[in-house]
Design a binder for this molecule. Sequence first.
Ligand code: SF4
Ligand code: SF4
Length: 485
Amino acid sequence: MNHDRIKNCVANLTLNPRASVFRHNGGFYLFDPATRTYASMNEPMLAFITNPDDTNLFDEISNNECKKIEDVVNHLYRIGILISPESADKIDMCSEFESHSLTTQLVLFVTTKCNLQCTYCYAHGGDSEKTISRDIWRLAMDYFFSPLNLGTAQKMAKVKNVNLTLHGGGEPTVEFAILKEIVADFQERANSEGLQSSISIGTNGTYNDSIYQWIIENNINVNISLDGTRDVQNRLRPYRSGQPSYDIVVHNLKGLVKTGRHVAFRATITDETVETMNETVELAKELGIATVHFEPVTLSGRRATTGLARPDAEQFAEKFLQCFLLGLKHDITVKWSGLRCFEHSNQQFCGACGQNFCVTPDGNITTCYEVLESNDPAAGIFFIGNVDLIHGRVVWDQSRIEKLKQRITENIYACKGCFLRYQCAGDCPIKSFRYSKRDLYSPDPYRCQISDRINKQLIAWLADGLIFPRDVEQASIISLNHHII
Ligand code: SF4
Ligand code: SF4
């Protein structure tokens, strides 16, 4: 009886193309990016999930198992993982994505000056001395708060919060007087519009006590770079004078922790430091840090002259996974930019695909944090406008914006069939560009290799019930280990 019911129930069902099944370390897994479903299963169940209308599979199984499978089928149908074949070609992931077309964040690259001389600096920080002028940042802010931008955003999306991010290409805090002026102006404008404002700063963490006080008084979110233990930090991130930077950075991290904040730092990893990643997580525990963000060194900038190399992809992935587990043990979130399997689905990797509004010290508007100079070959792609001081306005290059916005999962041939395509969405566009010598649509295979290893392992651990990180609340974790033959 149950056999007939289940045969009727599954006849004409198919796996939604947005979902993936894969084998990993001898196990079988189902991953659905839209509902964030992570399921483990045995091989017969895999055969069923990938070919559910093969009703012969049910002939040999017990009534009891039939009932369980019927429940599974109903659940997978309800959440859209199993669908009728007629709707398979109508599946439109785009409808599941949020719109990112409104700009509620303004990013200012304050200066190229820097007190450190990091051995891999992507921006050659400190080698030049350009600081954003008052005319440029004020005009950018005029536009940001104008009806053309926020007015529209407010009407369309009931915007209540705006963010100002102060970033590098240099160290923003070396221009403290200018920082204070920028932040005060932004807060005042937001206030007068009835908007909540938040301020963030990316810093090397070497600031003095008066800057620390200002950070606390203004409730500024701080992202600090610290590459790991004393030796590593001092070797990779010395002052321009050659002096070590570890003590002051750790002093400032401790100061932030003392205030009860959620404090994070970012560690850049080279082939020489990959083996020290565990020690970095232990150090984070000792300091009371909540999040450690690891990132392999980028191929651009000063690294070309200092000869530092990226860590081996496999080795980085293995170390990262160890650190992830260590982080769970110590209640520390361990991140990497390509760890996407716990996130909601997205059509684009990041705001560099036409959304970001970042102003360089020269008054160019870039969407990418790594493209700041007009002589960078990537400027022809990522510079989407400029602050025109002569005519007192912001000028946009609409065709470049449109081109960047086209870089969505569906248009990236290299990602077709990848289990992570609706979260990773072609990975970092500037890394594609630099790897492939100017093609935005050719992801860097180095990063894909890391992504594949890390994301599949984490999906498997989660589906097998071995981990339960914070980020997966409200996700669906199911076991489909039913024996159907
Ligand atoms: S990485 Fe940051 S702190 Fe280091 S030299 Fe470059 S801009 Fe300065
Ligand atoms: S192929 Fe690479 S870039 Fe594309 S989605 Fe997969 S991991 Fe990301």
